[in-house]
Design a protein around this ligand. Structure first.
Ligand code: ZN
Length: 263
């Protein structure tokens, strides 16, 4: 039988924490944060139902602040078979932090998930996909074994230092396979509202080409519940899931499942 073609949906449930970097000036900005609250109030359940309906398993990246604010939602994601993965605590941009602050963000985020879900996360994604010089060592110290941040490859690989393999697998991402470039709007962070069909066209073309033309590759889609959890966009995701499932080798996986296949 031909090798499976892994399909990863890496879904960020940032909620209010997604706007943390805009709150440093002390203004509470409740309207901006309400965009994040939508993710849990109305976006999450229809998304989970859609994934259940099509037997899609996925990995959810959740900041510790969101885990602590919404423990029931976090537990529901875990109980419905999805991976709960780490995504910092306050969703702070790492480039502005000292090494100790960066360690604190990482460790507190892991601790929140561990206490609410009862299982220590093994996968991690940086807010905004940025690393500092300290990040690799901090991840290894925290026993994070899966990173989903680098954009240098279309297939998963093991990080290497000085010629020696590290206990850290990379499951690469790409900006064109994320929803934020199409749908993030508000607060000066994003200025685009594309149609769902524009995103569908890009994602489906890329899926089909990776599937047909790149042996060993994966299709890794990055979604944010507050952006994708709106009715018209969810219909588009369902069209994409149906297209993916029409290909016999396509196999939905969680990041922790895929990582076990990387030498
Ligand atoms: Zn995020």
């Amino acid at each position: 039988m031909d090798a499976p073609f892994p399909v990863i949906f890496g879904i960020c449930l940032d909620a209010e924490a997604g706007w943390s970097r805009l709150l440093a000036d002390g203004n509470p900005r409740p309207i901006l944060k309400s965009q994040g609250a939508y993710a849990v109030r109305e976006g999450l359940e229809p998304l989970l139902n859609l994934l259940d309906h099509h037997s899609v398993v996925s990995s959810f990246f959740i900041p510790g602040q969101t885990v602590d604010r919404y423990p029931e939602a976090t537990r529901m994601i875990h109980q419905r078979g999805h991976e709960v993965a780490a995504h910092g605590y306050d969703h702070l941009a790492l480039l502005k932090l000292s090494k100790e602050q960066e360690r604190d963000e990482l460790v507190r985020g892991i601790e929140s998930i561990t206490s609410v879900v009862g299982r220590r996360p093994v996968s991690w994604r940086a807010p905004g996909w940025e690393f500092t010089d300290s990040t690799f060592d901090l991840l290894l110290d925290a026993e994070i074994s899966i990173s989903t941040n680098f954009q240098d490859c279309s297939s998963p690989y093991r990080h290497v230092r000085d010629g020696a393999p590290l206990p850290l697998v990379e499951i690469p991402v790409h900006w064109h396979l994320a929803d934020a470039p199409y749908f993030l709007y508000g607060g000066g962070l994003g200025g685009t509202i594309d149609t769902p069909s524009t995103a569908y066209e890009n994602w489906s073309e890329e899926f089909l080409a990776l599937y047909d033309d790149r042996p060993g590759s994966i299709f890794h889609l990055t979604l944010h519940v507050q952006l994708i959890g709106h009715p018209g966009r969810l219909r588009m995701v369902e069209r994409l899931i149906k297209l993916i499932k029409s290909k016999p080798r396509a196999t939905f996986m969680r990041c922790d499942e895929l990582a076990t296949q990387v030498a």
